[in-house]
Design a protein around this ligand. Structure first.
Ligand code: FAD
Ligand code: UDP
Length: 369
């Protein structure tokens, strides 16, 4: 007779959502089994040394940033940090310009010589086109900085990244990008920002290092259910596939990552990431040595090619998709023995810190019950 092994929690997915929840539950004495269908831990934050010895991020560039002291302190139990401030430039009309748009971007693009924030504010006031209400990503950008900057920096990047027009995409997507009126050239200005000193995978190894946690890789959780009998399940995969796509497929945007090594170059580009809004099929190139500070011969980069096919990476924030997600969420709420957690299961455009926050909250709630 096949007696299924009893565990307190079965967690599907070994990214931030699954691993952080696992650790909190394990520290409270619960027996936790975490499974991932991939052959590695850390979900989309997974990093590894490529064949040339360069530490690279398999699923594109990950820079940790948060304003939450609690979230930063939680992760700091498992890693030390390398202080790193991410900088991004965008190639527009042959110039490589600071992005988000700042005073240098405007001066170099239009030949101005602004030096004061008040001059930038006047400039934005002159070029912006008021939109009311602000519903779409197009509305957000045009309302803030007008049509010309929208067309130079946002329109084509967004079309490429999402495969849909910015007028169809929720305002929250372009709202991730600020507009500077000074010479601030960092991509993020959160209170805490950096890279795990020895990489994300090492940090995840430490998070999962508990006698109450078992990790199984290369296994889909539906197969695990044949041999395991959990009190409760935490599911961090895509919500539509949990329900066998019963209302139709929920769109997720994917990327194809093209990794390259340049052994003859010490540095490929001057900043961590260069965006190409109007040229090439890829959106951006990231050079990892900027992020990690690694000193070595040669350099490794990744190009991101957006696509509909392949692994799900981004929920696609449109009103139709929000409606479809709601239908799945009604089913999810009825599954009282399953918690849906993370970017794919909650269909939210979460950053890493937000997933950590959501996982800490979910674990506390489960421990109260
Ligand atoms: P994931 O990391 O996707 O983990 C889910 C795991 O579940 C996966 O490993 C998957 O294999 C597994 N799984 C799914 N279904 C099953 C199943 N049926 N059975 C078993 N396992 C299953 N955030 C930042 O804060 N800063 C950044 O700079 C940043 N850059 C990013 C760049 C890119 C290109 C992308 C795509 C994302 C970026 N993010 C960034 C966001 C960050 O990756 C996510 O917020 C975070 O990784 C989400 O964690 P998660 O646990 O919800 O999901
Ligand atoms: N964006 C853009 N041009 C850029 C960078 C970003 O139009 O040069 C828009 C685009 O719609 C993108 C969104 O802003 O999807 C959010 O950008 P972010 O860098 O936060 O995306 P992520 O790192 O999550 O892929």
């Amino acid at each position: 007779m096949n007696v299924r092994k009893k565990v307190d929690f079965l967690i599907a997915g070994c990214g931030y959502a699954g691993s952080v929840a696992a650790r909190q539950l394990a520290d409270a004495g619960k027996k936790v089994l975490v499974v991932d269908r991939r052959e590695h831990i850390a979900g989309n934050a997974y990093d590894y040394h490529d064949e040339n010895g360069v530490l690279v991020h398999k699923y594109g560039p990950h820079i940790f940033h948060t304003n939450s002291q609690r979230i930063f302190e939680f992760l700091s139990q498992f890693t030390q940090w390398r202080d790193y401030q991410h900088r991004v430039q965008a190639v527009v009309e042959g110039q490589q310009l600071p992005f988000p748009i700042n005073i240098e971007t405007i001066n170099r693009l239009y030949g101005h010589s602004f030096s004061e924030p008040a001059e930038m504010m006047d400039f934005f006031e002159k070029v912006r086109e008021q939109r009311d209400p602000i519903r779409s990503s197009e509305d957000t950008v045009v309302n803030a900085v007008g049509m010309d900057l929208y067309e130079k920096f946002f329109k084509n990047y967004t079309l490429k990244q999402w495969g849909i027009h910015p007028s169809e995409l929720d305002a929250s997507v372009a709202s991730r990008i600020p507009y500077r009126t000074d010479d601030e050239d960092r991509y993020f200005t959160d209170k805490f920002q950096g890279m795990p000193l020895y990489g994300y995978t090492k940090m995840f190894e430490a998070i999962l290092d508990s006698p109450n946690i078992e990790v199984r890789l290369g296994e889909s959780f539906k197969d695990t259910l044949n041999s395991v009998n959990p009190e409760h399940i935490i599911y961090t995969g895509s919500i539509d596939s949990y329900f066998d796509n019963c209302f139709g497929k929920l769109p997720y945007r994917s990327l194809r990552f093209e990794h390259e090594h340049h052994k003859e170059l010490d540095q490929f580009q001057t900043v961590g990431t260069v965006n190409y809004p109007n040229d090439h099929a890829y959106t951006r190139i990231t050079e990892f040595k900027h992020l990690t500070g690694q000193q070595c011969q040669g350099t490794s980069i990744v190009k991101e090619y957006p696509t509909d096919k392949g692994e799900p990476y981004y929920p696609v924030p449109t009103s139709d998709n929000a409606e479809l997600f709601k239908q799945y969420n009604v089913l999810a709420k009825k599954q009282t023995d399953v918690t849906f957690l993370g970017r794919l299961a909650q269909y939210r455009y979460y950053n890493m810190d937000q997933v950590v926050g959501a996982a800490l909250k979910a674990a506390s709630r489960l421990l109260e019950n």
